[in-house]
Design a protein around this ligand. Structure first.
Ligand code: AAT
Length: 296
């Protein structure tokens, strides 16, 4: 099996009943014991697979890399959804680039003050497959405020100026069509698309296995935004678990929030699995490796 998979990069690495994602120059792997393969296809953009696993429930893979599992998706989606919601004084318009699984949209629809949420996912098939196999993640997509737009985020952003209060970059690793979501040019287009108090966030990989140059993402952000911070949350299925996220804004500091401004958060946080305001207050205090690799 190993030999076949090495010759065909589009095939999944499966040995006996175990699927593995290899990373850090293919020197480290995380493996999941498979119950069954629920779905496999090659879309116009990438290979899409859904596995049912013993350890983490359903698992979405794109080009053989882990994206979403039942077991831990809430960490990623809740931090991306609720940090800006607490910090911004009045969000009306939100843009999510990538994120076709719908998980971040599901978190934003929990905020009644939000009027419009655009989801710009390049691969329509990711959205359709997620609707079938991850109904909880996609439950927000039918909300009246949500516009699902199957488009390239790199292009979409260029056509919007001073409109979105929050922009979330929920992207795959910086390769192929996702590479354009980590550049200085793209971050300036995001800046221009944001309103006066705008906030953006992005996933920024694992500093222990820095394959793509995390420092360069943060340097690019710093060349555009006056406020650039980083925090971490554990993503159990991702390479090395220790996952980092960037927060950048035109001025709003992520730890300055007033609980009384978002009164519904007190009730909402009780229903969440990861995010709460106590965690949020401490999330931007970083360890040394995290400071060094991100420059934050
Ligand atoms: N919610 C966590 C899931 C993801 S998937 C990221 C999505 O970004 C994919 O569906 C991919 O098709 C989409 N995407 C990639 N490039 C673009 C683009 N240029 N425009 C719009 N959408 C895009 C994140 C997983 C992180 C994995 C870390 N190893």
């Amino acid at each position: 099996t190993t030999e076949i998979n090495e010759k065909n990069p589009n095939e999944l690495l499966i040995e006996k009943d175990w699927y593995s994602e290899r990373y850090f120059h293919k020197n480290v792997a995380t493996s999941f014991k498979i119950k069954s393969i629920l779905h496999s296809e090659k879309s116009q953009y990438q290979k899409i697979d859904v596995l049912d696993t013993h350890g983490v429930g359903r698992l979405l893979l794109l080009d053989g890399k882990t994206m979403v599992s039942d077991h831990d998706e809430f960490v990623y989606h809740e931090v991306m959804g609720h940090i800006p919601s607490m910090v911004h004084p009045g969000i009306k318009n939100v843009l999510i680039i990538g994120g076709g699984d719908g998980g971040i949209v599901r978190e934003y629809v929990k905020h009644p003050e939000i009027e419009r949420i655009d989801l710009v996912e390049i691969d329509e098939r990711v959205i359709e497959v997620s609707k079938k196999y991850f109904p909880d993640c996609t439950s927000g997509l039918s909300d009246k405020r949500v516009n699902v737009l199957p488009q390239d985020g790199v292009e979409y952003i260029k056509n919007h100026k001073n409109f979105f209060d929050v922009i979330i970059i929920d992207s795959t690793d910086p390769e192929d069509f996702a590479a354009g979501l980590f550049t200085k040019e793209f971050y300036s287009h995001v800046y221009e698309a944001l309103t006066e108090n705008g906030i953006m966030m992005a996933q920024t990989e694992n500093p222990f296995y820095d394959e793509y140059g995390i420092k360069s993402f943060y340097d690019n952000l710093r060349s555009v935004y006056p406020v650039v911070k980083s925090f971490t949350g554990p993503m159990l299925i991702y390479p090395g678990v220790f996952w980092t996220f960037a927060y950048a804004s035109k001025g709003l500091i992520p730890t300055n929030f007033n609980e009384s401004k978002i009164p519904h958060m007190k009730e909402l946080e009780k229903t969440l699995k990861w995010y709460n305001m106590d965690w949020h207050k401490g999330a931007f205090n970083l360890s040394n490796i995290h400071k060094r690799v991100t420059g934050c």
